[in-house]
Design a protein around this ligand. Structure first.
Ligand code: ZN
Length: 113
């Protein structure tokens, strides 16, 4: 499962960070998930809960910030949500669109006590 492997590598990172900081108890973890990653936030939460069960991280909460797939027109600099197959800027109809957000998959912050 896509979400499970993401959860496992994320938790490895968390453990490394916590070891560097001298341990503690993980209270919560905040992550950013872009629309383009095709990660289901519900499935990710579920994987997170089951992955930390019976480990020192048990009880930590996961907060997921969903980032919409966002594009920007290089002609008029308008930003918009990219839905489906876009052939041009919805404002000026310009053909040059760059993706500026939506493929994030990263840890934003972690609360350790
Ligand atoms: Zn435009």
């Amino acid at each position: 499962m896509h979400e499970m492997s993401i959860t496992i590598s994320m938790l490895e990172l968390v453990r490394e960070e916590m070891e560097k900081d001298g341990g503690g108890t993980l209270k919560s973890l905040k992550i950013k998930v872009g629309e383009l990653t095709a990660v289901e936030p519900g499935a990710l939460s579920f994987c997170f809960s089951s992955a930390i069960e019976g480990t020192p991280l048990e009880g930590a909460r996961l907060y997921i910030e969903e980032i919409p797939l966002t594009g920007r027109c290089t002609d008029c600099a308008k930003e918009f949500h990219m839905e489906g197959f876009l052939v041009g800027c919805p404002t000026c109809d310009g053909p040059s669109i760059e993706k500026i957000a939506g493929d994030e998959l990263e840890i934003v912050s972690m609360e350790v006590l």
